[in-house]
Structure formats: structure tokens, C-alpha cells
Design a protein around this ligand. Structure first.
Ligand SMILES: [Ca+2]
Ligand SMILES: [Ca+2]
Length: 171
């Protein structure tokens, strides 16, 4: 017996009910204006109201100057949603070093654009009823995995910003 693939099921449902297909409600979208450059060891918080349930969060990290992957001078990006830490990664966004996903509890899709010094991330999240909080953080540790790193470098050497933040629900 051959079962249809999930994609076939989706296409069939879309044809049967076009109004239901490809409709995602946007519950939060950031301003299209680019965020200012931030130093590392710094967090950016977003708060919005929503109904409880599953959602998808997308955003783009922009590196400035020499944000590092895993090297002497590692910089770590962390995502926390409603006080639950979901993701930690590090990428070469101008400073060199290895790209690594260090923690990823929800199965994030991560795309690295080295020439633009950008990383695009889409990750499933769970919204709570009422106020929800997204926290985006970049850290420059002076010690990581048992070895000394260079720590904070500061704007002019390295900075970051976050943009294109959207939260959509499957309705
Ligand atoms: Ca650097
Ligand atoms: Ca660094």
C-alpha cells in the first residue's frame, strides 16, 4: 500500500480549499528600517501580544566588520523565546573562524550568506497567550569550551544588527 507523501497531501488540500492554502497570519513584523549596529555583549528584545499556539519565527542577523566564528575571538549568537533558550550559533561574518550550531532545540533552518555577512534563520516557536518576548543576543566570551578567547572587541571592530523579524502562525 502506498501512502501519499506529505507534499502530495498538502497540494491536494490546497486544491480542495484554496482559501486555506498558503495563508499564514503575521502576528509580528519588525519595521523595515534597518536596526542600528549594536556592540556584542548586548541583547535586543521584542515584545508583542499573541494567542497561544505554534508559530514560525524568521529573522536576519547582519554582521558588521569582523564578527567571528569559532576562532580566537569567537562571537556567539543566542535566541531566547519567552525565557526559553532555543538556539546558539557562531558564524564567520567577516572575522573568520568556523561556522557552528552549538545548540538548537527546535530544528532551526540556518542559511549563511558570507558575502553579505548575513545569516537568515527560521525556527518553529511556541507562543503563549498574551505577551510574548523574543530576545536576540550576541556574546563575546573571554573563555569558551575551556580555552581563552579575546572577549569584547566593540563597535568599530565588530558589531551586529537584527532585521526582517517576522512571526507567523499557520492559520
Ligand atoms: Ca572580531
Ligand atoms: Ca569577536
Amino acid at each position: 500500500m502506498k501512502f501519499p507523501s506529505p507534499r502530495q497531501v498538502f497540494v491536494s488540500a490546497a486544491l480542495a480549499c484554496p482559501a486555506l492554502a498558503a495563508q499564514a497570519a503575521t502576528v509580528y513584523a519588525s519595521s523595515p528600517v534597518a536596526q542600528p549596529e549594536r556592540p556584542t555583549d548586548n541583547a535586543y528584545n521584542v515584545k508583542f501580544k499573541a494567542d497561544a499556539g505554534p508559530a514560525s519565527l524568521s529573522f536576519v542577523i547582519q554582521g558588521h566588520d569582523t564578527i567571528d566564528g569559532d576562532n580566537c575571538c569567537i562571537d556567539l549568537f543566542l535566541l531566547t523565546v519567552n525565557d526559553v533558550h532555543l538556539f546558539t550559533g557562531t558564524w564567520d561574518l567577516g572575522g573568520g573562524g568556523a561556522n557552528r550550531t552549538i545548540f538548537d532545540s527546535n530544528g532551526a533552518q540556518v542559511t549563511w550568506y558570507p558575502t553579505r555577512r548575513e545569516v537568515a534563520i527560521t525556527v518553529p516557536i511556541t507562543l503563549v497567550q498574551g505577551r510574548n518576548r523574543l530576545q536576540f543576543t550576541y556574546e563575546s566570551p573571554s573563555m569558551f569550551e575551556g580555552s581563552e578567547r579575546s572577549g569584547f572587541e566593540g563597535i568599530g571592530n565588530e558589531g551586529w544588527s537584527i532585521g526582517h523579524i517576522t512571526v507567523t502562525t499557520p492559520d
